[in-house]
Design a protein around this ligand. Sequence first.
Ligand code: KG4
Ligand code: ZN
Length: 339
Amino acid sequence: MITLGIESSCDETGLALYCTDQGLLAHALFSQVDLHALYGGVVPELASRDHVRRLVPLTKQVCAQANVSLQAIDAVAFTAGPGLAGALLTGAMMARGLAWALQRPALGVHHLEGHLLAPMLEEQVPQFPFLCLLVSGGHTQLVAVAGLGEYQLLGESIDDAAGEAFDKTAKMLGLGYPGGPALSELATRGDATAVDLPRPMLDRDTLDFSFSGLKTAAITRYKQFSGSEADKERFMADLAASFEQAVIDVLIGKSRKALAQTGLSTLVISGGVSANRQLRQAADSRLGDDIAVFYPRLEFCTDNGAMIALAGAQRLLRGGKSEDLAVGIRPRWPLETLN
Ligand code: KG4
Ligand code: ZN
């Protein structure tokens, strides 16, 4: 069974073809980063308009890559939420229209379910049940995953998501947009012990997170710097490394706590921030040999169509029903409501 996956929830247009027998057949992505960089963040209307431009050519591209005709597609899966309303609508309209024309089921997929299943696109797949640390630009969550569609939210960020804190801190440091990868790159040249920053809520019993205070602390230290231009370069790298380390300490500390509380021994780390190399290294080295850690490959950490095609196919295999002919999107959509 071949599923076409369409992702358009934010600033990436992702298309993919996933086959339940052969795995991923093709995927293509257009990132709007250059379009939004000018404004220092995502401009929703521009995002929607660009998705409209990309959706059809990218669909043709994946079909050509996989040598699959439109008629050979058995189902169309699309990101129905959460995300930017206008951006979601473009993918939903395209999916609903194509599915109707082909007389195939259309499946509205939860974006975060896509992220948390993304490691299943790899050769070594995690087995249920597992704990998922979902770290993206919009969400930071710890989710106990009993099976497909069986999600228990254990904790989440009460303010900025981890990726959002990376982006906002990077922006203040003049690193542009999106700042996460740039800040992480700068951090490789710094000393992570040089700037003393807080580890918010790490010692509290709750599994919730808070990154807003850490972001403000880092920005305050940046504004207080009064050394020479030559020293500033060094300081910026130290600050980036110290900030990154503080985020990682909290993410690993809370994950460890959640693993102990649930008795789970498999951890999936997914979402844009799971592309962070230091985070991956810390999870591999600090959680102990009895915890198996899984990640998506780097290109599937951030938004992509492959994870949506996979999640749609999994739902269909388990008796998931097609959407009716109305085009349904949910800009806000709690993950647990899928249960
Ligand atoms: O999952 P994603 O593509 O979009 C959302 O669903 O939000 O995640 C994007 C986020 C951005 O905040 C970006 O800065 C962050 O992931 N990110 C990183 C890295 N790569 C992407 N943050 C830290 N280090 C990275 N290497
Ligand atoms: Zn995402």
